[in-house]
Design a protein around this ligand. Sequence first.
Ligand SMILES: [Zn+2]
Length: 280
Amino acid sequence: MTGNTIRVGKVEIMAVADAARLAGPCQMVFPHIEASAWTPHAEHLSEDGKSMNMSITTYVVRSGGKTILIDTGVGAKERPFMPKGRLPEALIEAGVPLESIDIVANTHMHVDHVGWHTTQVGESYLPTFPSSKHLFNRMEWEYFTSDAVANEPTNAHIRDCVIPIRDVVDIELTEGEYNLTDEITLVPSPGHTIAHQSFVVRSGGEAAIMWGDVCHHPAQVTELWSPIFDMNPEQSRETRERLLQRIEDEGMLLAAGHFPFPGFGNVVRVEGKRYWRGLE
Ligand SMILES: [Zn+2]
């Protein structure tokens, strides 16, 4: 890792934080888990052991001549329990002009993943990346932009981050497995949302996965717990187990956008159990 960038064969993946630090209260996010069950994971908790050390991290991927941004963080609008993000400034600081992004891709359509799809200017919501192609999963898009779901009180982010770009930017809806470039494949990883998807990178004999919210915290790599945010907690657990097995079988590097920034690491076995180990 150089700075916040890794290389996977010929592909470059740069972590860019919308919010570098986020504290997730353990009991709120995993109300069914006893406090003592967190003890083996103390290194990724606050000092009092009550909150998870997390981040809201996006990834800029360079592959096949394209610059691809995966997710846009939480944005800077007023959101309950959420910090205000600073992705546009962070991209510029990282040497990534906003207009250089060819494709804005998406793991799923929750509030902390489409936040900067728009920027609020007075009463208006304008696309932050007006000249980029915007990629969504079709099933995810159709679910979240349906009138009934978009109008739910908890889905303000659909109304102010997604609906305003619908007729304004170039949108492509994909289905199932989809080859984004010769080196990047979108793979279904449902459960957290109806059609959550992950991004598998293969290049030069190396492999990595950017898996959105399959896990929010390193403890889940070991314990497979499903948080209250998962739409279908049984399905998300199956997805978690399946992808972790694949990561082990294929020796993939893992990029996890809510793990402590920059979220790059490996899955290792210690006395038969899986653990996440961040890259040094
Ligand atoms: Zn998230």
